[in-house]
Design a protein around this ligand. Structure first.
Ligand SMILES: Cc1cc2nc3c(=O)[nH]c(=O)nc-3n(C[C@H](O)[C@H](O)[C@H](O)COP(=O)(O)O)c2cc1C
Length: 323
């Protein structure tokens, strides 16, 4: 099985990716959150700079519906030494969709095909695509697959939900199976993998899956990949760390992430904004964390924040399924 880290805007920054890779590691690919400016802003540029992505196979992601813009960004990324670029056809957010980008582009298949024609003809890099299965109705998927058949994709990453579903409901596993029938290119499954059990359930329904991308599961439980590998027959040598070791690595990861943001972000407010965003997910690793997370959210400077986090680390146990 191959494992990819999903792109998550604002969360899986280069600071997150490098620290996660150092503390846990083992993803086959690390996708960057989307770049949407033809002239990358400093945040976007820093995220893809080779010196900020050392030791990882990183795939930059682009969000656009303009071939010229995609090609211009791909050219710049080729200059940084990248070999592969990913196109975002999955973002469900209202503002993105209203501009016919992300999952919104799936609603105008003719324009999408013209766009793909041009980028596949001219792009200096290999192109992979991350897609949803349509905007509103499951029957949008078959015509989209007909389009995807025409292009020599490096791979297609499928999050089998519709745009209108956001992250609700359960993924349409049958849509992934349809793609297996229709397409020759490598496929990657993405969606709702949060434990060895959820992965096992997906593999039971889709035994042909050999590559998965994981997003929120890693934010909720940064040690998840090791658990998946320890329970997989592919990875005989991987064993589970003790509960104390899990907590030690989590602390190390958290503290280095915080230190990284203190260097990158201007001031405590912006640093804490980033860390508090992560706690929305990370709190789920712990038993009864609410009282502690409230204190974390209330912190207005880094020293108060550290006190609140240390209290949580000291007094809340890791959930048994996370250790
Ligand atoms: C906060 C957040 C930000 C995201 N940002 C991106 C993004 O920049 N590009 C992208 O392709 N998907 C983005 N996604 C979608 C994830 O990559 C992934 O497809 C989705 O979370 C489903 O996978 P999961 O169930 O493993 O989390 C984002 C999701 C979340 C929750």
């Amino acid at each position: 099985m191959k494992y990819y880290l999903a792109p998550m805007e604002g969360l899986t920054t280069y600071n997150f990716r490098t620290n996660w890779n150092r503390c846990y590691g083992g993803m086959d690919k690390y996708f960057t959150p989307f770049i949407s400016n033809r002239h990358m802003n400093s945040r976007e540029r820093n995220d893809v700079l080779p010196e900020h992505n050392v030791g990882m196979y990183t795939v930059p992601q682009i969000l656009t519906n303009k071939a010229e813009e995609f090609l211009s960004l791909a050219e710049q990324l080729a200059g940084y030494g990248y070999h592969e670029v990913n196109l975002n056809l999955g973002c469900p957010s209202g503002t993105v969709v209203a501009r016919n980008r992300g999952a919104g582009f799936l609603g105008t298949p003719r324009e999408l095909e013209d766009f793909l024609d041009e980028i596949f003809e001219k792009c200096p890099l290999e192109i992979s695509i991350k897609t949803r299965i349509g905007m509103e109705y499951p029957d949008e998927w078959a015509p989209l697959l007909k389009i995807y058949q025409k292009f020599p994709m490096k791979e297609l990453i499928i999050h089998p939900r519709l745009q209108k579903e956001g992250y609700k409901g359960t993924p349409h596993l049958e849509a992934f199976a349809e793609a297996v029938e229709a397409l020759q290119c490598p496929l990657c499954y993405n969606g709702d993998i949060t434990s060895p059990e959820t992965l096992a359930h997906i593999l039971e329904k889709l035994p042909m899956v050999d590559t998965v991308m994981i997003g929120r599961g890693i934010l909720q439980n940064p040690g998840l990949l090791q658990q998946l590998k320890a329970t997989s027959t592919d990875f005989d040598g991987v064993s589970l760390p003790s509960s104390e070791d899990c907590l030690d690595v989590l602390k190390e990861f958290h503290n280095s992430l915080l230190a990284g943001y203190q260097v990158i972000m201007s001031g405590d407010t912006n640093t804490l904004y980033k860390m508090k965003d992560l706690w929305t997910f990370l709190s789920r690793s712990f038993e009864s964390p609410d009282k502690y997370v409230k204190k974390i959210r209330k912190a207005t400077d880094v020293s108060d924040y550290k006190l609140a986090v240390n209290a949580l680390f000291r007094e809340c146990a890791l959930k048994s399924e996370n250790s």
